[in-house]
Design a binder for this molecule. Structure first.
Ligand SMILES: [Zn+2]
Length: 80
């Protein structure tokens, strides 16, 4: 079980990041602008709960090793 927090303010792309407190690097974790979500077994559970409040909640790309719920990588159109 890990402690999860969700960011109050959305990032520029509208995502509310869900952080695993023990895994998230200090430089990435927003210390004063998060709400405690609770103890969960996985980031996916925490994101599900966070989405009850923030529809755009996704796991933080810094602390979710699997990045299952991280925003997809930006893609650029392939040139033909
Ligand atoms: Zn994080």
């Amino acid at each position: 079980m890990a402690s999860y927090f969700v960011a109050h303010s959305a990032s520029l792309d509208g995502v509310h990041a869900v952080h695993d407190r023990t895994r998230c690097p200090p430089a990435c974790f927003p210390r004063n602008a998060t709400e405690y979500l609770g103890e969960y077994r996985s980031a996916s559970q925490a994101v599900t709960v966070a989405r009850l409040v923030y529809a755009t909640a996704r796991a933080c790309i810094c602390c979710d090793p699997l990045r299952l719920y991280a925003p997809p990588a930006a893609t650029t159109p392939l040139r033909s």
